[in-house]
Every structure is written in C-alpha cells, then in structure tokens.
Design a binder for this molecule. Structure first.
Ligand SMILES: NC(=O)c1ccc[n+]([C@@H]2O[C@H](COP(=O)([O-])OP(=O)(O)OC[C@H]3O[C@@H](n4cnc5c(N)ncnc54)[C@H](O)[C@@H]3O)[C@@H](O)[C@H]2O)c1
Ligand SMILES: O=CCC[C@H](NC(=O)CCC(=O)O)C(=O)O
Length: 476
C-alpha cells in the first residue's frame, strides 16, 4: 500500500513483493505508485506543506518527539523487520532501529545550532537571515539501511517545514511501511509525509513532478549520476546526493596487530560489507605479512548465518542472490587480472544470498578497478611507506570514508591533511559514523551536501530579510 494524504491505498503501477532473503517468505506485496498516484501525492503534499510550515518549529519538533517515543517503543518490531527484510543479524538490525529515535533529538539540536542568526543594522535599515523550507521534497532511499538512512533525511526535512514524498528501495517496502505507520500514529497531519512504493518508474515520476523542490537521494553513484542528469534543467530543485565509495583503510606501524585486525574486520565486514562506509581497500605499509596472516586467520573465523542462529552470527546474508553474484564476479575479475585470493569469498550452502568474507591481494593486478563492490570482499594493496599508502588511498574517483590505524599522531596528521574523503578516522573502523557530525563524501561520493548532523542545511534556504527604518527611528 502507498500512503497518500493520510490514506493507505493501493498503487496503480505494477505489482511486486519483498521477500526475506533468508527464508524467502513474502513480507510485503502490493502495487507500485504510478504517475497518477505520484501526481496525487504531490498535489496533496503541496497543500499540506503550506499549513505545516506555518506552524512554529517547536510544534513540528513536538511531533518529531512523539515519533521518537513511538520508535523507541517499537524498536524491537522495527529491528525484527529490518533483519527479516535485509538479512541482518538481529544485533546489527537493532543498532539501526535504535538510531531512528535518537535522530529526532539530534536533528532538533542541529536545527537550533546550525542556523545563522546574523542581524545587520545601519542607521537606515535592519536586516536578518530567515529560513524558508524548500517546499515538497522527495526522499529516495537505499536498501541497506531501510529505516535509518531515509529517516536521517525525512526528520530534518519535516522539522524545517517541508512536506515529503518518500520512495524507499523496492527491496525494502516493508520496513518503510512500518516507519510511516509510526509517523501516522505520532499525529503527523495528512499529506505532510507520503509513502510511494516502487522502483525506477516511480522515481522517474517523482523527478518529473513540477512541484518538486528538493530531492534527497541516497544510493549508488550510477543512480546518482542519472538523477543529476534528469534534473539538469530543473534549477529550482535542490539535489542532495549521498553515494557510495571505494573506501581505503591504511594500516601503518600499528601499536597492536590484534587490535588493528579487529578494526579492519569491523571496517570491511560489518553488515556483510553492505555499508557505504565499509573499507574496500586495505593498504599495508612495510612488512605486511604478520598482519595479513592474522587477518586471514581471524576473518576465516567470522560466523555467517541466519539471523535466527544461536548464537547470532557476525554476518547475515546479503540482500539477495544477485548481490552475491556481483561479489563473486568481481573476485573472479580481480583474480584474472593478477589478484591473489588470500581467503576466497564463496557462496555458502545455507542459502543463495549467503557469501563468506573474502580477502584478495591486488598489489600486482594489471588494472585495479575503482568500483564499489557492495559486499564482504576486501582488496589488499601492499606499499613501501606512508607516502605511497596515502597516494594509494587517493587513487579513487570516490571520497566517502578513509581511515588509518597507526601509533603516531604525526602519521595521522600527514594522512588527514592529504587524504581526500568526507569522513576521516584515526584508529577507528571506517564504519559507525557519528550522527553528531556531517556525513557525506567528496569527489564522486556526493555533491557536497553532507547529511548526518548537517542534513538540516539542505532542508531550508537562508533568505535575506531587510527593512528600511523610518527616519529618526532607533536601530536595533
Ligand atoms: N553515502 C551514503 O550515505 C550512503 C548510505 C547508504 C547507502 N549508500 C550507497 O547506496 C548503494 C546501495 O544501495 P542501493 O543498491 O539501494 O542503491 P541504488 O542506487 O541501486 O538504489 C537506490 C534507490 O534509487 C532507486 N533507483 C535505482 N535506479 C534508479 C534510476 N535509474 N532512476 C531513479 N531511481 C533509481 C532505487 O529504487 C532505490 O530506491 C551503495 O552504493 C551504497 O554505498 C550510500
Ligand atoms: O551505509 C551507509 C551508512 C553507514 C553508517 N552511517 C551512519 O550511520 C551515518 C550517521 C548518521 O547519519 O546518523 C556507518 O557509518 O556505518
């Protein structure tokens, strides 16, 4: 079902279903929103937006707080749904479900802190910055964080006074439905948030809507490029792109090998490698052998299994069998180009969507591809020293996350001054970004509209409001 103008209704587009990648159970089935549905969603969103933005921001914040309370109460249900629909182990799904609620207070804080309250006065005028919402904005989400990532854009968009057309990934309609039900229960007025289910045709209808004023997209670079092209002449539409990465992690003279290996594993294999921040390239300086030996040993012990396994595994499934095919295809391609598998990533007999974590040494590869492989395959590059490691880290079109594990602060300082990335970490996994900082990439990882704490910045426009003072009046 779609949710338009506060009413759950059947879409008129093609029907599709979402299945549990582990059990194949159908979790959601329905019809996509077609062009007519999208027109209705925009009409209703445009009407609802004018009264929504005329409320005070404190009133809007109250509804966010109500939603947060409900999200907290329903955290277990939400986590179970994420686990069922994406194949994440429950502990991993729970970390996603928990931040849905906390995003609201963080956004309210960001709203208060990040707005520039500058006033200018002369003897003849008073001027100030005021903030206006964009209007109706589209939020198009990815499958890998079906609740948290879209929520990170819906929450600031609503707080700033926009109305929202939310199109989740066609692979995760079920979680999206639960999220929107919580907003409905929280008392969000009809039309302020509309859920439209579907794939590419539904996105395209959103892009074509004349009322569209903002498009907040999270997904792959390839899709981001298409969206930017589609909006080339729509200068009135603010486009925020949160895309992928080919993220490097350098290990250089670490204080402790076991600790370094632990950070590598959390960087490369958390959420089965299906995080935009996962390290795809491990760059090792000097004598790499002791670290590689330990890494292979520890990675081969990673448990991969069904979320229902006891004890719970570290890695669940990938989103579907195609995603496993992609990882295995990429691994074969690297091997044929001179890559040396140190630990072979393999499809597991427990289900089509399960794959084991892999490590491949690509130091001698004839052509290293700069693709984002969205799964648990780590490429290793051995280099002589830190300068070569930083050069290697920057050998990518992307610029999302980059990390270094090293003992000396001096080395981190060199790294942070030279590495090209939006998220730079020292002695931390590349995954697990803070919600209290900007979250976004440079280069081909986005278009310089970081989300996270700073998402509020692209949800409204600063306007200069200037008034002439009557002669003889006092300035402020
Ligand atoms: N930077 C970030 O914040 C961030 C966060 C999570 C995921 N990601 C990235 O997302 C990707 C994984 O997610 P995904 O596989 O769902 O991405 P995707 O690009 O395949 O799909 C994302 C969304 O775009 C829609 N879409 C796909 N093709 C489209 C087209 N031609 N026109 C219009 N809409 C289209 C999909 O229906 C979906 O809703 C990875 O690249 C990952 O790095 C980035
Ligand atoms: O797949 C991409 C998201 C990865 C995740 N990022 C965040 O949680 C961003 C923080 C926020 O927006 O609150 C990670 O870093 O693991």
């Amino acid at each position: 079902m779609n949710y338009i103008n506060g009413i759950w209704q059947k879409g008129s587009g093609e029907s599709f279903a979402s299945r549990n990648p582990v059990t194949d159970e159908i979790l959601w089935q329905g019809s996509a929103a077609d062009t007519e549905d999208i027109h209705r969603a925009f009409d209703t969103a445009a009407k609802a937006q004018s009264s929504w933005c005329s409320r005070s921001w404190e009133e809007r914040a109250d509804i966010l707080r109500c939603f947060a309370e409900l999200a907290e109460q329903h955290c277990n249900t939400l986590a179970k749904a994420i686990s069922d629909e994406v194949g994440k182990p429950l502990w991993d799904a729970m970390t996603e479900a928990k931040v849905v609620a906390s995003k609201c207070d963080i956004t309210i804080e960001a709203y208060q802190r990040l707005r520039d309250e500058t006033e200018v006065s002369t003897s003849t005028l008073n001027g100030r910055v005021v903030y206006r919402p964009l209007g109706v904005v589209g939020v198009i989400g990815p499958f890998n964080f079906p609740a948290h990532i879209a929520n990170g854009q819906i929450v600031p968009a609503l707080l700033a006074g926009n109305s929202v057309i939310f199109k989740p990934s066609e692979l995760t309609p079920y979680v999206a439905k639960l999220m929107v039900e919580l907003w409905e229960k929280a008392g969000l007025p009809p039309g302020v948030l509309n859920l439209v289910q579907g794939g590419v045709p539904t996105s395209q209808a959103i892009l074509a809507a004349p009322q569209l004023r903002g498009l907040f997209f999270t997904g792959s670079r390839a899709t981001g490029v298409k969206l930017r092209e589609a909006l080339t002449h729509r200068l009135e539409v603010l486009l925020a792109l949160e895309l992928g990465g080919n993220n490097p992690l350098i290990v250089h003279q670490p204080a402790d090998i076991d600790d370094a290996v632990d950070k590598v594993i959390k960087s490369a294999y958390l959420t089965s490698g299906q995080r935009c921040t996962c390290a795809r390239r491990l760059i090792l300086t000097g004598d790499a052998q002791p670290i590689l030996d330990r890494l292979v040993e520890q990675t081969s012990k990673i448990t991969v299994g069904r979320p229902s396994d006891v004890p719970e595994p570290f890695m669940g499934s990938l989103i579907n069998a195609n995603a496993v095919d992609n990882v295995l295809r990429f691994q074969s391609q690297l091997s044929s180009q001179g890559g040396i598998p140190l630990l072979l990533s393999q499809r597991l007999p427990i289900g089509e969507a399960f794959v084991s974590p892999g490590i491949i040494d690509v130091t001698l590869c004839s052509a290293r591809s700069d693709e984002e492989v969205f799964g648990p395959l780590l490429q290793v590059v051995r280099v002589a020293d830190l300068d070569a490691a930083i050069r290697e880290a920057n050998a990518t079109q992307y610029g999302l996350a980059a990390g270094i594990v090293c003992r000396e602060r001096m080395c981190f300082d060199r790294f942070k001054n030279q590495v090209k990335a939006g998220l730079i970490n020292w002695n931390l996994p590349t995954t697990g970004a803070s919600g209290r900082l900007p979250f976004g990439g440079i280069g081909q990882s986005g278009n310089y509209r970081p989300a996270g704490y700073h998402a509020i910045n692209f949800c409204h426009v600063p306007i200069a409001e200037v008034e002439a003072l009557p002669e003889g009046a006092e300035t402020k």
